[in-house]
Design a protein around this ligand. Structure first.
Ligand code: HEC
Ligand code: HEC
Ligand code: HEC
Ligand code: HEC
Length: 475
């Protein structure tokens, strides 16, 4: 991201009208959106006054309208592929939206929680996620906890440089001014949908205040009175707070969370529909607009499994992200994936590299070479993911440790899961076998650091150890 342009966005926001009306024509500058004849007719219908709800000027039935909402992406542009049948990813999300657009008018929005952390690496990844969302014509991206943690200056820059439609009705700068627009109103197929964003006050930072969500929603809607027909709240709140908010907002049609772990199946709380899109972007929440007067919005959860093809545009976006990572070649210390070492770390706490073990451990080295650990880098290379630090931190030796893996361009010798991934940095042991390896007799306790439930759901020590058994007294 270029830092050269002057930062005057903050004052621009302060002068902006509180409501931002987004017409579908605004999408034209982003991507391949084509204004459909039905949209034009429907907009004309609005301009000429109401004809009849659910009818087009020619009397034919109106195209149904769905709002597709993602959230809690947590840095997952694509599922890692470590295990079979993983859900989620922007390529599937986009392909779902594309298929639905063939039959319906679709508005896309995001509840927030897209970044994974705040490191320079996490920022690049977040920008790639936003690029991917913009390609699906996202109408509003609410600020979640992870977005707010990135700080106001960066968020303002993003809103400007990517034209990202960031919204929040209750996140404020320290002086009380809004950071981004409180809501967006999307007009499509003769309907005007207000998308309002809020965040739980528990995620306030030293730079950003968070006002009570309910009051902020009501204020934003009051300011936009008469400009919308339906209101949907994008609410990044833990489940308890989310339910309370839905129960206290009979004024809105739907409240969609949020970091709820598992998705909340759509349910009515009073007149308000509650649901959530969550869990590393594995599930989308879909809301269907009423088709006849007197009806309510309906909801469903969409699981992003491999029945959905990868969208080519999103795969191209992934390639651009990898190319940017290749260019930046982030060192482990700039990725936020490993904590810094304490200052009193002894100098021989250092990775020597698997090659340094061979002259004395020929047999173990031979066994290791035949194991999948010796292929871990090649597995990443199949999809170009070897450039991604997140993947590197489990598919290499001593990621971020002294002498261990630093970055793709710098660390060919420590690519792959080597001896010291399990035995610990062993520089002290190499010249003097009486000095024990760091994890002496404890190597078996270090499997779960990489073989966690997400990446290795079938892991069981006995069956896995049986496949890589080595050492003289092989247990
Ligand atoms: C938390 C550690 C961890 C991270 C992070 C991780 N992996 Fe893995 N990966 C594993 C483990 C452990 C396995 C072996 C799983 C098993 O077989 O039980 C694996 C297996 C794989 C495999 C299957 C190899 C094969 O053919 O058998 C691929 C492909 C893969 N990972 C790609 C990735 C990519 C791409 C990323 C980054 C997006 C990534 N991994 C991030 C730990 C990780
Ligand atoms: C630094 C991370 C890391 C540690 C620690 C680790 N593994 Fe792995 N393991 C991986 C990765 C990555 C793969 C996937 C390699 C590939 O195929 O690309 C893997 C694959 C395997 C496989 C092959 C699984 C298959 O599907 O064929 C076995 C078996 C295995 N690990 C056993 C263990 C055991 C036992 C331990 C602990 C003593 C352990 N691993 C510790 C990262 C690790
Ligand atoms: C100069 C020869 C030599 C080199 C080089 C060497 N080792 Fe050893 N290693 C030994 C000997 C000899 C023993 C048996 C020591 C004992 O049982 O007291 C041993 C024992 C071990 C053990 C079991 C005891 C312990 O301390 O944990 C592990 C694990 C081990 N080596 C790993 C490694 C690794 C990993 C490397 C490479 C980074 C390596 N060794 C390099 C000679 C060497
Ligand atoms: C995936 C994890 C893993 C990798 C990779 C690995 N080891 Fe081991 N190794 C173990 C485990 C687990 C044991 C069993 C003893 C223990 O828990 O420390 C063991 C045992 C040993 C022993 C015998 C220790 C004893 O007390 O009998 C030696 C020597 C050894 N490994 C050397 C190596 C060398 C050299 C490499 C690299 C070529 C290597 N190991 C790679 C996990 C690993």
């Amino acid at each position: 991201m270029t830092k050269s342009e002057p930062r005057n966005v903050r004052s621009a926001v302060a002068q902006m009208p509180r409501t931002f009306v987004l017409r579908h024509s605004d999408f034209l500058r982003h991507s391949s959106f084509v204004l459909r004849p039905s949209t034009v007719l429907a907009l004309l219908a609005v301009a000429n006054g109401p004809l009849c709800c659910g009818c087009r000027p020619d009397g034919s039935a109106q195209k149904p309208l769905a709002v597709v909402i993602s959230g809690d992406t947590a840095g997952w542009i694509v599922p890692c592929g470590c295990a079979a049948k993983q859900l989620g990813g922007l390529p599937r999300r986009a392909s779902y939206v594309r298929q639905l657009r063939d039959q319906e008018e679709v508005i896309v929005a995001d509840v927030g929680g897209a970044p994974h952390g705040t490191s320079p690496y996490d920022r690049v990844k977040f920008e790639a996620i936003l690029d991917g969302e913009l390609a699906t014509e996202v109408a509003a991206h609410n600020l979640g906890a992870a977005e707010v943690a990135l700080g106001p200056d960066y968020l303002e820059e993003l809103a400007r440089s990517l034209s990202a439609p960031l919204i929040s009705a209750n996140v404020r700068l320290a002086d009380g001014r809004p950071l981004v627009e409180p809501l967006r109103i999307v007009e499509t197929a003769g309907r005007r949908i207000a998308l309002v964003g809020v965040l739980s006050p528990r995620y306030a930072t030293d730079q950003l205040l968070i006002e009570p969500p309910r009051e902020a929603v009501l204020e934003a809607l009051r300011d936009a009175a008469g400009q919308f027909d339906s209101a949907i709240v994008l609410a990044y709140l833990p489940e308890g707070e989310l339910r309370e908010l839905a129960a206290s907002l009979p004024e809105v049609d739907a409240v969609v969370g949020g970091p709820t772990g598992q998705p909340v199946a759509p349910e009515l709380i009073g007149p308000t529909l509650l649901t959530s899109a969550t869990n590393k972007g594995k599930f989308l929440a879909r809301l269907d607009a009423p088709t006849a007067s007197g009806e309510r919005w309906k909801g469903s959860i969409v699981e992003l499994g491999d029945q959905l093809a990868d969208d080519p545009g999103q795969m191209a976006n992934l390639k651009r992200y990898y190319a940017r990572l290749a260019e930046l070649d982030f060192a482990a210390g700039r990725t936020g994936l490993v904590p810094p070492l304490p200052a009193d770390t002894p100098p021989d706490y250092r990775v020597a590299g698997s090659a340094a073990c061979r002259k004395c451990h020929e047999q173990e080295c031979g066994q290791w070479e035949r194991s999948k650990h010796a292929q871990a880098w090649a597995s990443l290379q199949k999809t170009g993911a070897q450039i991604d630090p997140y993947c590197q931190h489990c598919h290499t030796t001593g990621y971020g440790l002294p002498g261990g893996f630093v970055s793709a361009r710098r660390s060919a010798e420590t690519a792959n899961v080597g001896c010291e991934s399990c035995h610990g940095p062993a520089q002290g042991h190499v010249p003097d076998a009486k000095t024990r390896t760091t994890y002496y007799a404890q190597a078996k306790n270090h499997c779960l650091g990489c073989h966690d439930r997400e990446n290795s759901p079938d892991f069981a020590y006995d069956t896995y150890w049986a496949q890589i058994r080595h050492g003289e007294k092989s247990r």
